[in-house]
Design a protein around this ligand. Structure first.
Ligand code: HEM
Length: 158
């Protein structure tokens, strides 16, 4: 799926990466009592924005899968990339939902701690998924147009 000749998935992925990175840091800062009044709100809104942008990135990524040959190493890596990112998404949903799900029968501080842990685990999954995304592009050339033949790249001395 392309816009003006450029694949859309890489245009979108920066948004969830930034939002979720800010969210994870804010969740940790809030739990450590370092972020002041606003850290909890920053974590929640940044997480929500990350979830929405990741959903858009996932749609574009799924459409990009059509350009990859079915039984190939590239497809295997793409499937792993997809699963890691889907797990990251689920972790950040938990981070959002757990702290507000605390009721009379659930200890609020335990629920908040579970939320922070989910955000940190989600961040790690996102990092691993992003690394595989990089492999897809820079190792296998997925989405790269008119790939040049590998050359010796000689050094010219005068
Ligand atoms: C259903 C889920 C997803 C699928 C099927 C998918 C698929 C792909 C594919 C095919 C590529 C290589 C070609 C291209 O860039 O278009 C890629 C690259 C990448 N993806 Fe995903 N993706 C998914 C979700 C995500 C999410 C949610 C993120 C970010 C949070 C993400 C981050 C990346 C990154 C960083 C790259 C490397 C881009 C670059 O360096 O240019 N992906 N993905």
């Amino acid at each position: 799926m392309r816009l003006l000749g450029h694949p859309i998935h890489p245009m979108l992925v920066h948004f969830p990466i930034v939002f979720w990175t800010v969210a994870a840091a804010a969740y940790v800062a809030d739990a450590a009592g370092m972020g002041g009044e606003g850290a909890g709100a920053v974590a929640m809104y940044s997480n929500g924005a990350g979830l929405i942008m990741a959903m858009l990135a996932m749609i574009a990524g799924l459409l990009e899968l059509r350009s990859i040959e079915g039984r190939s190493r590239t497809m295997q890596v793409a499937i792993w990339h997809m699963m890691l990112m889907a797990t990251a998404w689920f972790c950040f949903v938990l981070a959002l939902v757990l702290p507000i799900s605390a009721g009379p029968h659930v200890d609020h501080s335990m629920a908040s701690l579970a939320g922070v842990a989910s955000a940190v685990v989600g961040f790690l999954f996102m990092g691993a998924g992003g690394w595989l995304g990089g492999r897809l592009v820079y190792e296998f050339g997925t989405g790269v147009k008119n790939q040049p033949e590998p050359r010796a790249n000689p050094i010219h001395r005068s």
